[in-house]
Every structure is written in structure tokens, then in C-alpha cells.
Design a protein around this ligand. Structure first.
Ligand SMILES: [Zn+2]
Ligand SMILES: [Zn+2]
Length: 253
């Protein structure tokens, strides 16, 4: 209860106490000695809890939702995005509630994907022909260089039709070359396409089932297989450097 002789600055101090500022914050802000602030706090029965706790408890209208999301393990940034609270507020609530670090990894940043564009998609689709087995073969232009791979013109650029199929099907650009995993030559059915990463995963899985041992760390000629190691469709491991050198030697005669 208020003392008989209230501090002359009490009307200035009380609103700040009720906002949850600490004694020393009020001292710094309006120049009332923190011991005097403590006395006023005590006289009015305003709890002296840590600033961070107080704010997390009373300050934010989304406090409940923030704590639920913290409990589920989201990052500060994600909670901030979902509740509209700034990340500082979320960080304070995390600290005050001892929620610990987030357990749900942050969402990956959106990737840049070439926008399908109505005319490009329509032109791409019109050049594909459905054949038995659900494969799609290309009836459009092929590149003169690069083994006659299917291409489609976009402005003054030639885009790889397989690259586009893959990107639109998976939402990400392919790594390395795109090949039909179905085995139908030249198939461009989006669901049938594999990039280098898909092939390595598939073939490693095949290898695990059929061959049941680890690929060697180095090949017979000592190339590092973490870099040059590849898998054949049947799961057998080979060295890409040795295979390339072998092909060159054969061509040379
Ligand atoms: Zn196919
Ligand atoms: Zn090798």
C-alpha cells in the first residue's frame, strides 16, 4: 500500500513499473534512483520479476500462441512470421519460459525456379507425345550439338526440355544431367526423370540390396571415390576417371 509520503516522482514511475520495466531501466529512463523505484514497487505490490519474464508474460497479445509454438520447437524467425511478433519478443519469451533451442529446422529459403509461363508450358506440352507405358517422347527441336537433346526456345535462349520437365516436376533444378530412370530412350515424362543425385541414391540402394558391401574408398589406380565414385544401374561401383580415361584410350586407337 502507498506509504504516507509518496515519492514526488511516483506518478512517473508507476506506469513504467506496470509496463514491466526493471528498477534500473526506470532509473536510466527518467532519472529516479533505482532504490527509490524499488521502494515504490514494493509499496504498490508490483512483483519484481526479471524484465524478460515480465514482458513475455504480459506484454504481447500473441503471448499464448508464441509459447505454444515455442513448445512445439519452432525457430524464433518462424514464430515471428506466424504471429507477427518481432523476433526479439519471441527470443525473450523463449528465454523466460526456458524453452531451449528450437527443434524444428528452419524452412529452406525459396529456390529460384524458372516460371513455367503459359506459352512456354503449352509449347513444351504440345511437343510431347504419349506412347505405350506412359512414356513421353519429344517431337520438337533437338540441339545440333550435345547429342541432339530436346530443346525449346525461350526468347533467344535454348532451354533443355528435360531440365524444364524435371524442374517443374520436382520444384527444384536438377543436379547434373537429366536422364529417364524408366529406361525408355529419350523419355521426358516428368515423373520418370532422374538427376545425378537421384541416380546416385537409387543405384546406391540397388547396390545395398544386390552387392551388399561398401564401395571402395579409392579405385585400383588410386582415385578418391568420394569424388570419382559412380554406380552403374545394376549397382556396381566404378571410377568415373578411369572409365573416361579408358574411353579416350580406346578412341585414340
Ligand atoms: Zn518413361
Ligand atoms: Zn580410378
Amino acid at each position: 500500500m502507498p506509504t504516507a509520503t509518496p515519492h514526488p516522482r511516483e506518478p512517473d514511475v508507476l506506469p513504467l513499473l506496470r509496463q514491466g520495466l526493471t528498477n534500473s531501466e526506470i532509473d536510466r529512463r527518467i532519472g529516479v534512483d533505482h532504490r527509490q523505484v524499488a521502494r515504490i514497487r514494493h509499496a504498490h505490490g508490483i512483483p519484481n520479476i526479471a524484465c524478460s519474464e515480465w514482458r513475455a508474460r504480459v506484454d504481447h497479445p500473441q503471448g499464448r500462441k508464441i509459447r505454444l509454438l515455442l513448445d512445439e520447437g519452432y525457430t524464433n524467425a518462424e514464430i515471428s512470421r506466424r504471429t507477427g511478433a518481432d523476433a526479439q519478443t519471441v527470443a525473450r519469451a523463449r528465454e523466460a519460459g526456458a524453452f531451449g533451442p528450437p527443434t524444428i529446422p528452419p524452412a529452406p529459403p525459396p529456390r529460384r525456379i524458372p516460371a513455367p509461363g503459359r506459352t512456354l508450358t503449352a509449347r513444351w506440352a504440345s511437343r510431347l507425345q504419349l506412347v505405350d507405358g506412359g512414356h513421353l517422347v519429344w517431337t520438337g527441336t533437338r540441339s545440333r550439338r550435345g547429342g541432339g537433346s530436346p530443346i525449346i526456345k525461350a526468347g533467344d535462349r535454348n532451354l533443355s526440355a528435360g531440365h524444364l520437365s524435371y524442374t517443374w516436376a520436382t520444384g527444384r533444378p536438377p543436379v547434373g544431367h537429366v536422364h529417364p530412370g524408366c529406361g525408355y530412350p529419350g523419355c521426358l515424362a516428368p515423373a520418370h526423370l532422374e538427376d545425378a543425385g537421384d541416380r546416385t541414391r537409387t543405384r546406391r540402394a540397388v547396390r545395398a540390396v544386390l552387392v551388399q558391401d561398401e564401395a571402395p574408398a579409392v579405385c585400383r589406380r588410386g582415385h578418391d571415390q568420394r569424388k570419382a565414385g559412380r554406380f552403374d544401374p545394376d549397382g556396381h561401383a566404378h571410377c568415373a576417371v578411369c572409365r573416361r580415361d579408358g574411353a579416350r584410350a580406346r578412341r585414340a586407337g
